[in-house]
Design a protein around this ligand. Structure first.
Ligand SMILES: Nc1ncnc2c1ncn2[C@@H]1O[C@H](COP(=O)(O)OP(=O)(O)OP(=O)(O)O)[C@@H](O)[C@H]1O
Length: 202
């Protein structure tokens, strides 16, 4: 696939090619890392994979349920954590029982039940990151796409995050994570690097 962005107003703007000839496939039961220098196109690629933006050229085929954790949390300032889970659960078509069970397990896993009724605009950055990840996990997606999910996490949450990723892999789910940390390298089955608009295996 290929993607370029136009900068400036038409007809004076210039087009900048971000991705060119990207070809990748994600398989069940694997944890894939996506790296690349700042501005290389990692978030752009992930946004294309989830359908948030369109590629200029190419074809994407998806199967199963997708969960997406964007780099900047997409939340509603005035809704509480509970209300977010409720809203997303309905959008996913989950029953009340399924949604409540999943929500409680996410609260327990990441230890933020005490903020269940706190509005998003009153959460700390780390708790907001937990909510962002929790919303992506809510419907137990087959494919989980995470754009730098752990940047606001404390050490304990960071460890729990990787346990959860390992559990998903064991359950045959796919996880793709944008990460800058070389220290995480051994946690991935494959690491893909974006270089000059293309995906290369590291
Ligand atoms: N909507 C947009 N319009 C114009 N240019 C954009 C747009 N979104 C991203 N870009 C540009 O495309 C390039 C790739 O951006 P992207 O966010 O995909 O990079 P990234 O690899 O995720 O970066 P980082 O590591 O800093 O998060 C950057 O130069 C960015 O400025």
């Amino acid at each position: 696939m290929a993607k370029s962005y136009r900068r400036g107003l038409w007809p004076f703007g210039r087009t900048r090619q971000i991705l060119s000839g990207v070809d990748l496939a994600l398989h069940p039961g694997e944890v894939v890392g996506l790296t690349g220098e700042n501005g290389s196109g990692k978030s752009t690629l992930m946004k294309i994979l989830v359908g948030e933006i369109r590629a200029d050229q190419g074809m994407i085929s998806r199967s199963g349920r997708l969960g997406y954790c964007p780099q900047t949390p997409l939340v509603y300032d005035r809704l509480s954590c509970d209300e977010h889970f409720d809203l997303f659960g309905r959008a996913y078509g989950m029953t009340e029982q399924e949604m409540a069970a999943s929500r409680e397990s996410i609260y327990n896993e990441f230890g933020f039940k005490r903020y269940a009724r706190t509005r998003a605009d009153q959460l700390s950055g780390g708790t907001l990151a937990k909510l962002n990840l929790g919303l992506a996990l809510l419907a137990d997606p087959d494919v989980l796409l995470l754009d730098e999910p752990s940047s606001g996490f404390d050490w304990d949450t960071y460890q729990r995050f990787w346990v959860l990723v390992a559990e998903r892999r064991a359950a045959g789910r796919t996880v793709m994570i944008i990460s800058h940390f070389v220290v995480d390298e051994n946690r991935f089955d494959r690491i893909l690097d974006i270089q000059d608009g293309k995906v290369v295996v590291r």
